[in-house]
Design a protein around this ligand. Structure first.
Ligand SMILES: [Zn+2]
Length: 290
């Protein structure tokens, strides 16, 4: 990697617990700093922004955007910088218009933000060359790929639809069909985008990551050319972490429970709901294959 290049691992796709577990594990590699959902960087300046109440720009260290010493330093290096985030259907519409060359989005400051995160991360872990962004959002990936000084590796995380739908249903305390449709739309659009652009990527199955972590992590290590410590779970609990927009309670509970498969859908979804999910997602079984 050229010296002015910044390594970036981007987690694409869906599922709350999968991306949290995966990023926590990868953050234990000497070269990698897990920065969390960088798409929310700057949201503290827009308290009325959608989803503010959900993420509140809390860092996993327990401090908020203004209190965490790590993020305070990143902001001091570049005050008023904005990360790109185009949310929901509008984000996808913008993306389609951009691909069709009908729309050109304004410039954002992601390269500078990542450079500042890298500088601050090297104060904690001197060997860091790569920032992990678990934003998951496809329009944001498109934006990052346009930045010449980023060397981006893409991990496409796919969770089986049953657990995915149940997790969203519980988190938002409403909806069922919308989450089934979201699973289809998110996964199909990511897959189509990666293939149409011929982008090198690695598919991570959430279920395999949890049930056969050794095999799954070995493949990820090869793909990213990184090495994880033997005791990565213990390391992830021990090391100093500053994960942007992380929900500390959720991340801590993940860290404590470690690699336990969340299959609560088996008891929490009705037979009818499972049947609906199976019928609607059956044609998309190809998604999990490389
Ligand atoms: Zn912090």
């Amino acid at each position: 990697m050229a010296s002015d290049q910044i390594g970036l691992i981007y987690i694409l796709g869906g599922g709350h617990s999968g991306s949290t577990v995966l990023s926590m594990i990868l953050g234990t590699a000497g070269q990698v700093f897990n920065a969390g959902e960088i798409k929310f960087f700057g949201r503290h300046r827009h308290p009325d922004a959608p989803r503010w109440q959900e993420v509140s720009n809390i860092c996993i260290c327990g401090q908020d955007a203004a209190g965490c010493p790590f993020w305070r330093e990143v902001i001091r290096l570049g005050p008023d910088l904005e990360a790109f985030y185009a949310q929901g259907a509008k984000g996808y519409l913008n993306l389609i218009l951009q691909i069709a060359r009908l729309y050109s989005p304004p410039e954002f400051d992601d390269t500078s933000i990542l450079r500042h995160i890298l500088l601050c991360a090297q104060q904690i872990k001197p060997d860091v060359t790569t920032i992990l962004d678990m934003s998951k959002n496809l329009p944001r990936l498109h934006q990052l790929l346009r930045q010449e000084s980023l060397e981006t590796s893409i991990l496409f995380l796919i969770r089986e639809p049953y657990g995915y739908v149940n997790s969203y249903r519980k988190r938002h305390r409403k909806g069922f069909l919308r989450w089934v449709l979201q699973w289809i739309l998110v996964n199909v659009s990511c897959k189509a985008y990666l293939h149409l652009r011929g982008l090198r990527h690695h598919i991570v199955s959430y279920e395999n990551l949890i049930t056969t972590p050794q095999e799954e992590l070995a493949r990820i290590e090869d793909f990213l050319a990184i090495r994880l410590p033997e005791n990565y779970l213990e390391e992830s609990r021990k090391q100093e972490s500053h994960v942007r927009a992380g929900n500390p309670a959720m991340i801590r509970s993940q860290a404590l429970t470690g690699l336990i498969l969340d299959d609560s859908w088996k008891t929490e979804l009705s037979f009818f709901q499972v049947w609906i999910i199976r019928a609607l997602t059956f044609p998309f079984g190809f998604l999990t294959r490389g």
